[in-house]
Design a protein. Structure first.
Lengths: 161, 130
């Protein structure tokens, strides 16, 4: 499979002058990205979102009462950082599946900002991305259904058994 | 404007692309890359922001993250058809929705933080009042 490698570094989008300036600072951008990930990881390592109040609730769940596809993802990452794959899977299997790809993609973005060239990535056909989008939405719907076995997809449902 | 051939950013008044020399005045559509059922990966890479779109959907704000993913798919769809200019437009939209989702997520964190501070201040002043 051929890989599409990020080509020329694209200039900043037209927007505010601050954004244009910031977009033209690849080092600042990648440092900010890495810092955000590092701070998030340290906070999630130290505090369990299930019991500590320092993490904001999911806005979608707060406003609608329904689970979103990402509900349980912070708790899942906390469990992953503590080596509990089973608990993480029970809290949000979608996050567990996507996290390696997201990590790789973020690393690629940082490298792209610094070197103008990211990590090799297969070209994803539009249909695959649409399928992924549909899967995320369907997962979000399914975990709200009150009947078996869909209720097992609710965050942490299988941990209570 | 972005050169339809190499994707380089040029001044809107540019006659030819500064990078590859393509004539920018006559925007002839690029030949489709799809030949006999096989999709060839395009030579030009246009950012689809898919990683950030998924991050935005799962960690920030679902309603604004979904359009970002849809536009990310559109970027690659246009690239499959050889429409680099169209892909660039979709790319800008994908980026915009990622930023909207990120902004809403940050705003939510801000609202919750202010709420928490107000409760703390309220509790403290309550203690003092008693």
């Amino acid at each position: 499979m051929r890989t599409s490698v990020a080509g020329v570094r694209r200039p900043a989008m037209p927007g505010s002058r601050w954004a244009a300036k910031f977009g033209a600072m690849p080092v600042a951008k990648s440092v900010a990205m890495l810092a955000a990930v590092a701070v998030g990881a340290v906070l999630l390592e130290l505090f369990d979102p299930a019991t500590s109040g320092i993490f904001p609730p999911c806005p979608f769940r707060y406003l609608t009462g329904w689970y979103c596809p990402g509900c349980g993802s912070l708790r899942a990452i906390h469990q992953l950082l503590h080596g509990n794959l089973r608990a993480a899977w029970a809290l949000n299997p979608l996050t567990v599946v996507l996290l390696p790809f997201l990590t790789y993609g973020l690393a690629s973005s940082v490298l792209f900002e610094l070197h103008g060239r990211g990590l090799p990535q297969p070209f994803l056909r539009a249909a695959w991305i649409r399928a992924l989008c549909a899967a995320i939405i369907l997962f979000g719907i399914a975990r709200n259904l009150p009947m078996h076995p869909f209720d097992l997809l609710a965050p942490g449902a299988t941990l209570l058994r | 404007m972005f050169c339809p051939q190499c994707g380089a950013n040029n001044a809107d008044t540019a006659v030819v692309c500064a990078q590859c020399g393509r004539n920018l005045q006559t925007a002839a559509p690029a030949a489709p890359l799809q030949v006999s059922g096989t999709v060839q990966p395009p030579v030009v890479a246009v950012q689809n922001y898919l990683v950030f779109a998924i991050l935005a959907t799962v960690f920030c704000c679902l309603p604004a993250g979904i359009p970002a993913i849809v536009y990310a798919a559109q970027v690659n769809g246009k690239l499959q058809m050889g429409d680099v200019a169209g892909a660039q437009v979709a790319s800008n939209n994908a980026k915009m929705w990622c930023l909207i989702s990120g902004g809403l997520g940050l705003a939510w964190v801000g609202i919750i933080a202010i709420y928490a501070i107000l409760i703390m201040v309220g509790v403290l002043s309550g203690i003092h009042a008693n």
